[in-house]
Design a protein around this ligand. Sequence first.
Ligand code: NAD
Length: 437
Amino acid sequence: MANKRDKTESDVTTHDGLNPYTIVKDLLKESVTRLELSDNIYEILKKPMRLFEVSLPVRMDNGEVQNFTGYRCQHIDILGPTKGGIRFHPAVTVDEVKALSIWMSLKSAILDLPLGGGKGGVIVEPGELSDRELEILSRTYIRKITPIIGPEKDIPAPDVNTTPEMMGWMIDEFDQLRGYNIPGMITGKPIIIGGSLGRLEATGRGVVLTIQEAAKVLEIDLSKATAAIQGFGNVGSMTAKFLDELGVKILAVTDAKGGIYKKDGLNIPELIKFVQEGNHASEYSEAESISNEEMFGLEVDILIPAAIENQITKDTAPTIKAKILAEAANGPTTPEGDAILEEKDIFVIPDILCNAGGVTVSYFEWVQNSMNYYWSEKEINQKLEEHMVFGFESIIKMRDKEKCRMRQAAYMVGVNHIVKALSARGWIKDSDLSSKE
Ligand code: NAD
């Protein structure tokens, strides 16, 4: 299991009160306006089509029953079944899963995947649960959302604090209920039961592919570049691995417990091994300690938030010196932080492009499951690269045409793609469309 951690320790995180659903709706509205589309399109896109809340009673090891709350949200399924991860975190809210489901729709649209957006969450601090309690909670969650998921409806995957091992428990529960083996019901599962080669690395690999494209635009030689990463879970550690392989020096890494810094660059393979052995990156002794705030202000070429929402704020953005901000996490930048990044002319690789490698290889996993025929890792990585480069180039083209920022351009590419499907299905009239082309 990747990034196995001591379950007695809690990954405490903070949210600064900014509502991600409000942020995503504002950005959708702005894209619809800039694209000169009618407000009817915003009316359709602003609300997820389905939101499911479930109660999850679990008998804990001490004999008491604790009733957790879970959600599954499906944004829109006009391009294909909805798809998106499941997050286990104490700060999960209804508005967070709504926002995350909309981001999933946009990612799939930008990368030309025949999928809609979905997302799930359970309000829990998984580090406080025993393995048995976590397994029961995972199985109970899947049982409760079974009526609305399935390979033709909505396909979950891992997200914050959920792992391939947990996907294995979840598919097993679903199969037992249905009475047969349905490999395409979930992605990010262990390879032996139908997982895809390259899925574990996919999000980080995709992040690095977009950094490589950005470096071409900015004429940065990555073999001489430096980086800092917030979050060293699946996405952060895999991003570090692929950057390290390109010769990028990773000077600092932080996680929920703290951070580490080394002026000449951290030994990334050793650090990944250390974390896989159950430690936090911040406990690694071969480096100095550093806070999140200090890490954001480091003199590095590339800064990569790969943890949670609302980290690049009005307080942290002014200190940033990086040339590229690669948003590996979902929603890491607040609107105020974003405005500061724009003033500072920092090249932002927006989350809905930057971390879309995960859903892309999840899509490949689902395709392989439905064919019951499996591709080589080389084939998967090639196809991933094609999709990531296609997404990056579409956004650059839109940015140059509309003279806007990368984030706005990304939203506009995504919205435009969804609008074509709305039109083809007769949800909107010609008068709702722009005369612009
Ligand atoms: P993970 O649970 O594997 O790792 C999260 C990491 O963030 C951990 O190292 C944790 O200690 C750290 N962290 C949490 N709060 C922090 C804080 N306040 N400060 C510093 N570090 C903190 O999760 P993940 O799967 O790597 O996901 C990270 C981000 O990437 C999330 O925003 C997720 O939605 C997004 N994402 C993940 C995938 C995927 O395939 N896993 C795909 C797309 C997007």
